[in-house]
Design a protein around this ligand. Structure first.
Ligand code: ADP
Length: 495
């Protein structure tokens, strides 16, 4: 029942019709139940007025019917007229009841429609704000529906009929195979779909999308995927920027650390250079003899070449540390990284009067990691430990660099010192950025160590009891056996 709320013309018309019915009913002596015509008035009133208006109209019609009967039959009783009166009153009452029920049902429907429209509006709004579209995909027929936002994410007008081909058209060629594989999986109705890929819209915009879909089944067992497609471009870009700034920060702190290691580095390079000079002079002496001793000269030149190779290797390692490059994860032997770190801090150990003990577990499995970054972590931990032991006297400053294979299958590295230890209230803040107890400390060493270890899928922690030194440890996951075999091959090839 459609209501024309507050239409004045219809209201006047209704009043006029009511008066007309009353006049005809009261002042003509037709032998029919004219008052039944009030039914029309009641019915129309439901289209013009609200519930209250309809009830008042009904009461008015009933009253007018009774008045008309009273005027005509007050003095003489008429059986048929009384019968018509009852019929009219009943008709008006029943109509009023039906009209009110119809009106209530219509209002309920309109309210539901309104709520539905509002919730559709909310959904479209939240989809737009969260850049998340929804879709459904039937299996195995591939019939698809999508929301306005899903169409917008793929760069199509909302009225376009969606299809898997249209989606694939937008996917970057490099990602097409994995999207197609996800679609094939959905067509087989084979579990939940979770795929990240990129699309390029017609206006050339590159978007990173994350698609998640779950299979649902109707009563007949037909499979249909319901899913969400999220435009995660902003998050991916922020992640890339964060990664870039982490790489830069790690580089800056590495270069700072190299500055602190200057004495050790100079010593490392100086040693082979001195050996080169000594062997060069020796070979000249053997050659300059009245009877040149070629065998001795050859041996001295071989030692010279060896020393030169050593110097080149030291410089290569230091250049690798100073270079700013993206992490290069490769199969790694943690023991060899520990040995290299120990050799790079050799001179520092001397100047801090610290003795270093290397306790390396034999036959450690390989891990996957970036050699330069892990060196940075180890050197950082070793330098911190040496600085912490500065006040320890009497040659008891000892540093232990230990590697172990943990029962949980991770390779662990521990740097233990015999320094003053870490105060209990400092322990939880150790890996916070800018936390430092040193006068000239930056407080960035340990946070960077943590970010490096975490990007390697590992964890880093500290243990200490005041007065009994500190141990900083990290654990790295072991490469799985198939990767490890490739890794050993890689290492053999590199050697
Ligand atoms: P920085 O060396 O610039 O202070 P770090 O992040 O490397 O920054 O270290 C943060 C703090 O952690 C240090 O200032 C120090 O108080 C504490 N710390 C780190 N290693 C040790 C250790 N082996 N013994 C005692 N304190 C340590």
């Amino acid at each position: 029942m459609v209501r024309v709320p507050g239409s004045p013309l219809l209201s006047i018309l209704l009043v006029a019709v009511t008066i007309m019915i009353f006049v005809v009913d009261t002042f003509t002596d037709l032998d029919v139940a004219i008052a039944v015509m009030y039914v029309v008035v009641v019915l129309l009133s439901a289209s013009v007025w609200r519930r209250r208006g309809v009830i008042l109209t009904t009461i008015a019609c009933l009253m007018l019917t009774l008045i008309a009967y009273g005027v005509i039959h007050a003095s003489i009783f008429s059986g048929p007229a009384s019968g018509r009166l009852v019929v009219s009153l009943a008709a008006i009452g029943i109509t009023a009841f039906l009209a009110l029920s119809g009106q209530a049902a219509t209002e309920d429907l309109l309210a539901r429609e309104d709520a539905l429209r509002r919730s559709e509006g909310f959904l479209a709004g939240t989809q737009r704000i969260s850049k998340t579209g929804s879709f459904s995909l039937g299996a195995p027929d591939g019939a698809m529906c999508w929301s306005v936002e899903a169409a917008r994410i793929f760069g199509y007008p909302s009225e376009v009929e969606p299809s898997m081909e249209l989606v694939l058209e937008r996917v970057l060629p490099e990602d097409r195979a994995q999207v197609r594989a996800a679609m094939d999986q959905a067509m087989r109705c084979d579990g939940k779909v979770d795929v990240r890929h990129r699309v390029r819209t017609l206006d050339g915009k590159l978007k990173h999308l994350h698609v998640l879909a779950h299979p649902t089944y109707d009563k007949a067992g037909h499979c249909e995927y319901l899913g969400a497609v999220m435009d995660v471009t902003a998050a991916v870009q922020a992640e890339q920027a964060l990664h870039e700034s982490q790489v830069q920060l790690a580089h800056v702190t590495r270069v700072t650390m190299l500055g602190e290691l200057a004495a050790s580095i100079a010593h490392e390079v100086n040693q082979p250079l001195a050996a080169i000079a000594t062997n060069g002079e020796a070979s000249l002496r053997w050659l300059n003899r009245r009877e040149p001793n070629l065998d001795e000269a050859r041996a001295a030149i071989a030692s010279l070449l060896e020393a030169s190779a050593r110097a080149t290797e030291v410089i290569r390692r230091i250049r690798a540390l100073a270079r700013r490059s993206d992490p290069n994860h490769q199969p790694l032997d943690v023991n060899s990284v520990a040995q290299e770190a120990a050799s790079l801090v050799q001179r520092e150990l001397g100047s801090h009067s610290v003795s270093l003990r290397l306790e390396l577990a034999p036959d450690l499995p390989l891990v996957r990691g970036d050699r330069v970054q892990l060196l940075q972590v180890l050197i950082n931990l070793l330098m911190n430990a040496m600085q912490a032991m500065d006040g320890v006297s009497g040659g008891s400053a000892t540093l232990t660099l230990r590697t172990t294979l943990d029962a949980d299958g991770s390779v662990q590295c521990h740097v233990a010192d015999t320094g003053p230890g870490i105060a209990p209230d400092h322990l939880p803040r150790l890996f916070e950025a800018f936390f430092s107890t040193k006068d000239n400390g930056m407080g960035m060493g340990l946070p960077i160590c943590r970010s490096i270890i975490e990007t390697h899928g590992g964890r880093i922690w500290a243990r200490s009891s005041v007065g009994a030194g500190a141990t900083l440890s990290f654990a790295l996951p072991v490469m799985d056996s198939t990767n490890a075999q490739d890794g050993q091959q890689d290492q053999a090839e590199a050697a």
